[in-house]
Design a protein around this ligand. Sequence first.
Ligand SMILES: Nc1ncnc2c1ncn2[C@@H]1O[C@H](COP(=O)(O)OP(=O)(O)O)[C@@H](O)[C@H]1O
Ligand SMILES: [Mg+2]
Length: 655
Amino acid sequence: MSTDKSSLSLRYHGRILDHLGIQMYQSPIAALAELVSNAWDADAENVNISLPDQINTNATIIVTDDGIGMTFDECQERYLNVGYARRGDNLDEKSLGKSRPILGRKGIGKFAGFGIACVVNLKTTSKSTGEATEFEMNLDELRTQEYVEKDSGNVSVISHTPPDESKKHYHGTIITLKNLTLSRKLNAEQFSKSMSRRFLLHTRSMDFKVTVDAKPIPDDDDLANIQYDFPNDYLGDERPDELIIQDGWGIEKLPDNQQIKWRIRFNEDPITSDELRGISIFARGKLAQVPFFFQLSGGLSGQHAQQYLCGQIEADFIDLFDHDLISPERQRINWERIECKDLLTWGQNRTKNLLSLWKSRRSSEKQKLLTEKVDGFSDRLEKLSNHEQKTVRQALSKIASISTLKNEQFVELGKAVLTAWEAGRLRDLIDDIANSGDMSELDLLDILIEMNVVTALHTAEAVRAKLDIIVGLHERIKTRALENPIRDYIADNPWLIDPEWETFTKEMRVNKIIQKAAKEAKLDEYEDWKKRVDLVLSSGNTLLVVEFIRPDIPIDHDHLSRFSFYMNAIQSQLSASTVHKFTNYIGYLISDKLDRSPAFVQSLQEHKQHQRYALDWNGLLTRATVKWKEFLKVLVERAPNDARLRSLLEEIELK
Ligand SMILES: Nc1ncnc2c1ncn2[C@@H]1O[C@H](COP(=O)(O)OP(=O)(O)O)[C@@H](O)[C@H]1O
Ligand SMILES: [Mg+2]
């Protein structure tokens, strides 16, 4: 122990490297971004990062640059000097050759390699002397030293060749990271994108190219579809005073007179990657703050828009203060500092403002879409009185302003609102929507459910009306009031017989062919067929033939086979026709009664397989009732807990 008590000394433990490298630069992107920064500072024009194909003990990552390199002495004085203050007193220092703003400042970037590797090998050729030096730093050797002495010789020089004029043009530096501590292989494409998000330099300078495995890193962020791009997309007086727009970037001065450049864009769809969503801040072209929202939280108008937002701010001044405001791994700015206050406030205000602009634009865009979609209903809307129209339109607009609603959902909802209004239902509710202030999503959900029920109810009531008609028909048939008008009624309303026939309409185009087929099947030569009524319907590719034969006589085997022959004739004539393209033929033969003999029942089954059916009126209408009731049950299942639908179903079941 020294007896001199006039001074103390600060001693550095070898473990300090753990904190400078391993702790701080754990992400390969952050670590390698430091090496890219050093290449920039060295006036390099090209930097390549070559990634390993596989992770094994021999795997290496090599960063090559064609910068000015270092002499042997510079290796010692600059590179191997922990905490070497690159910019000294001049924080705005520029590089010697290309006058680039220098990124380095703390003199610890070289340890970034230790975040992902145990050995760092450096080969460098100085541009000014042509001197070449290769040395290697091994983390394990460096950190086992207890306290590191000056001139400890703990870095082994592998080779050195003296200054040589002829070698000057080989200038540059190759850093090889060995004994990698990465647990898995890096995906080159993903890595490239992430690296590109760390810098603006390569997009701004023509003479700085960064490649990964010889492929240039991308220039711009790969947003799928940009919907709004600010400041370019400001309209009229939305644009802040004093804002200058240059190449799509806004230039503004903060109250403390510092200048910033910014660009904030909204994607059409939510941005899923955390690395992209939010606003990043760059200082001197290098990332200083990963995407964030200026510490804004909760209760913002248009908060939802955050998911769509991606922005960049260039705030070079952040890197020009005496004390560093940027965390060494360039993830965060120290927002507690007074120097950052104006930027933080500006960012919060600008973000809030753009989020609310987004909100009103998105909803007005939806409104436009609504108007277009609603035009599809204009027939229906026009039937309403002016006053009613106004209310319904207003309600639809309110619903449109809810930003989470997808367009299709919105269209469905619009239909339901109109249907409900027309049915005289939910008028109070729709009125409420029309006159409400802001509508919460929960309120909307309630309305959605209600609308769904109402649509189902509306349809269910129509079904009930149909069932009533079927029951009426049944009565009239029982009392033998079976006249042609009833058949005509069925011809006009074939859905009465089967819900599937709702889309069928009378087919007149094939009249001639039907007549010809009837002749071929000799239908008119027999008494039983003379008073028959043809009914020919079609829907798409399907042709439906319904024959009603003379009342009072039961359909027997002879009727059935003649009808079948008639169907064959229709089918063969139509399939030869080039005009009518039917692929599906269905036939119904209807009369008062059916032969009940087992042989006839057997034939019925066989004809069924060819979609040819014989039915009596009773059978036909019972079948129709069953089918419509089934349809109704499906409707009720859409809202099984709704009392109105349930009671309607019970009422019908009783019939
Ligand atoms: N690729 C390189 N080419 C030339 N010189 C370099 C290179 N990398 C580092 N250096 C030198 O080593 C010094 C220390 O680098 P670094 O530890 O990253 O700290 P800083 O960049 O903050 O100065 C740099 O200032 C520079 O002089
Ligand atoms: Mg550096």
